[in-house]
Design a binder for this molecule. Structure first.
Ligand code: NAD
Length: 489
C-alpha cells in the first residue's frame, strides 16, 4: 500500500475532504533504527487547517444526521480493512516509530482495529436520563448531540492506536474531525486515509493534517470553529493548549504524562511481579505513558527483588525492530535518546547505582544500525525522592528502584510527584491492595497486573497527568453535549 512518490523518500499528503492534497513544504521524518531520513511529512499551517475545518464543517450536517447504526457499520468496515492490512501497518509503524514489528503486530494495529470496533458497538448502547415532576406537571429528560468539528492531536509513541482512540468515538458520536498526528510518526495515519475512502467514510468526516505542533497543531487548537480538542501528549504542550483555547472556552480532554509507581509488598507473588514489572517498565522502549518508572519495594524483600529484577531486565533484548527475538527496538529520535541518556548521567552524578543498561551493557548492532537510537533497559537505585530522575517523566527504558518500610510510606512515595496517571500494587492481601489503591493519586491502578484494559472504564490521569476521562461512556460524554429538556403537560 505504500507508494514511493519520489525515488528516495516516501512523500505524504494531507487528507482533506476525502482527497489527498499535496503540500508545498515538508518535514524530514527519520527511521529511528538507522537515523536516516526516509519520509517527507507535509509541513502544514493555517491554510491547510482552514481547508480541513471547512471540509469537516460541510460534512457535519449529513454525518450527524445518520443513525448510530449507519455510522457503526462504517466503523466496522474500517476495522475489517485495517485487520486485512495488519502486516503492512505493523511494518510501517515499526519503521516509522522504531518499535519492534512484533509489538506493532500484536499491540498497536490490532488495538487500532479494536478501537473502531469497540466504539462502533458502544455507541449503540448509550441511554440518557429521564425524571418526572408530577407536582409541577413536568417531564424532564436529557438528549446528547455531537459537538461539531473535533480537533484531535496525538503523540508518537503509539501512533495509530492513540489516534484511533480519538477518531473512533468522535465520529461514532456523529462529529466530524480534523486530526493532527505527531510529525514524527505520520505514516500509518496517512495509510489509514486510503482505507477511509474504501470503508465509505464520507468526504470531510475525517480530515488529517500533517505537520508540527507549533504550526499545524497551534492552528487547529486556535481555530474558532473547532469547539472541542482531544489531546494526548506532554503536560507542557497541554499547558500551552489550555492557554491557547481559553479565550474560546473550548471543551478539552487532556491525556498527559506520567511517572508511574509500582508498589511491591513482601507478600507479592514475586515471579509474576518481576515478569510483569520488567514488561511494565520497558515495553515499547519505555515509551508508553503507563510505563512503570518508579519501583518501591518493601525493605524485607528489597535485595532479593533488586537482584532478580536486574537479572530479568538484562534478558529484555534490545536490537533490530524486525528481529522477532528482540523485546525492544529504537527510541523515537536522536533528541529523545539524548534526553533519556542525560537522566542516566544525572543519576550517576547524584550517586545513583546503574545496575544494567546505559553505560553498563553494550548493544550488538549491525553496521547499518549504529546510528540508530537504541538504548538498553536501565535500572537505577540509590536516588533521593527529590532527584529530578525520580520526579520527572523520562519516557524511555529507565526505571528506578527504592525500598520502603510501611504502607503509609509506600503511599506517600507513590504520591510524591506532580503526576498521577497510573500505578501498580503488588500484594496477595486483598485488604491492603484495596486500601493502597484507594489512597494512590492515580487515574488507573492495576493490582497484581499491568495494562489490562477494559475500554468501558474511564481512562485518564489526575494532577499533571490530565484533565477529563475518555473510554466507553466517558468518550461518548466528551464527544457530545448534553441538553436538559423540560416538558410541561
Ligand atoms: P508532545 O506534547 O510533544 O506532542 C504531542 C502532539 O502535540 C504532537 O502531535 C505535537 O505535534 C502536538 N503539539 C506540540 N506542540 C503543540 C502546540 N503548541 N499546539 C498544538 N499541538 C502541539 O508529546 P510527545 O512527545 O509527542 O508524546 C509524549 C508525551 O505524551 C509523554 O509525555 C507521554 O506521557 C504522553 N502520553 C500520554 C498518554 C496518555 O494517555 N496519558 C498516552 C501517550 C503519551
Amino acid at each position: 500500500m505504500l507508494n514511493h512518490s519520489e525515488e528516495r523518500y516516501l512523500v505524504l499528503e494531507n487528507y482533506i475532504g476525502g482527497k489527498f492534497i499535496p503540500c508545498r513544504s515538508h518535514i524530514d521524518s527519520f527511521d529511528p533504527s538507522t537515523g536516516e531520513v526516509y519520509c517527507k511529512v507535509p509541513d502544514s499551517g493555517k491554510e491547510e487547517v482552514e481547508a480541513a475545518v471547512a471540509a469537516a464543517k460541510e460534512a457535519f450536517p449529513g454525518w450527524s444526521a445518520r443513525s448510530p447504526e449507519q455510522r457503526a457499520q462504517i466503523l466496522n468496515k474500517l476495522a475489517d480493512l485495517i485487520e486485512a492490512h495488519l502486516e503492512e501497518f505493523a511494518q510501517a509503524e515499526s519503521r516509522d516509530q522504531g518499535k519492534t514489528v512484533t509489538f506493532a503486530r500484536t499491540v498497536d494495529i490490532p488495538r487500532t482495529a479494536y478501537n473502531f470496533r469497540f466504539f462502533a458497538s458502544s455507541v449503540l448502547h448509550h441511554t440518557t436520563d429521564c425524571s418526572q415532576m408530577d407536582h409541577m406537571g413536568c417531564l424532564n429528560y436529557t438528549i446528547r448531540c455531537p459537538v461539531g468539528v473535533a480537533g484531535l492531536i496525538s503523540p508518537w509513541n503509539l501512533p495509530l492506536y492513540l489516534l484511533s482512540w480519538k477518531i473512533a468515538p468522535a465520529i461514532a458520536a456523529g462529529n466530524t474531525v480534523v486530526a493532527k498526528p505527531s510529525e514524527m510518526t505520520s505514516v500509518t495515519a496517512w495509510m489509514m486515509c486510503k482505507l477511509m475512502q474504501q470503508a465509505g467514510v464520507p468526504p470531510g468526516v475525517v480530515n488529517i493534517i500533517f505537520g508540527t505542533g507549533p504550526q499545524a497543531g497551534d492552528a487547529l487548537v486556535g481555530h474558532p470553529e473547532v469547539p472541542l480538542i482531544s489531546f494526548t501528549g506532554s503536560t507542557a504542550t497541554a499547558q500551552r493548549i489550555t492557554e491557547r483555547t481559553a479565550p474560546y472556552c473550548k471543551k478539552l480532554s487532556l491525556e498527559l504524562g506520567g511517572k508511574n509507581p509500582a508498589i511491591i509488598f513482601a507478600d507479592a507473588d514475586l515471579d509474576q511481579c518481576i515478569e510483569t514489572t520488567v514488561r511494565s517498565s520497558f515495553s515499547n522502549q519505555g515509551e508508553i505513558c503507563l510505563c512503570t518508572s518508579r519501583i518501591y519495594v518493601e525493605r524485607s524483600i528489597y535485595s532479593k527483588f533488586l537482584e532478580r529484577f536486574v537479572a530479568a531486565a538484562k534478558k529484555w533484548k534490545t536490537g533490530l525492530p524486525s528481529d522477532p527475538s528482540n523485546n525492544n527496538g529504537a527510541l523515537i529520535s536522536k533528541e529523545h535518546l539524548e534526553k533519556v541518556r542525560s537522566f542516566v548521567a544525572l543519576a550517576k552524578s547524584e550517586g545513583g547505582i546503574i545496575h544494567c543498561g546505559e553505560g553498563v551493557d553494550q548493544l550488538d548492532l549491525p553496521e547499518r544500525n549504529r546510528n540508530g537510537y537504541f538504548m538498553p533497559p536501565t535500572v537505577i537505585s540509590g536516588l533521593s525522592d527529590n532527584s529530578r530522575v525520580i520526579q520527572e517523566e523520562i519516557f524511555g527504558p529507565v526505571t528506578c528502584v527504592s525500598p520502603f518500610d510501611t504502607e503509609d510510606e509506600a503511599v506517600s512515595k507513590g504520591n510524591g510527584v506532580r503526576y498521577g496517571l497510573a500505578a501498580t500494587v503488588w500484594s496477595r492481601d486483598v485488604g491492603k491492595v484495596h486500601r493502597v489503591a484507594k489512597r494512590l493519586q492515580a487515574g488507573l491502578v492495576w493490582t497484581n497486573c499491568w495494562l489490562v484494559r477494559d475500554l468501558n472504564l474511564p481512562f485518564g490521569g489526575m494532577k499533571n497527568s490530565g484533565v477529563g476521562r475518555e473510554g466507553g461512556k466517558d468518550s461518548y460524554h466528551f464527544f457530545t453535549e448534553v441538553k436538559s429538556i423540560t416538558i410541561k403537560h
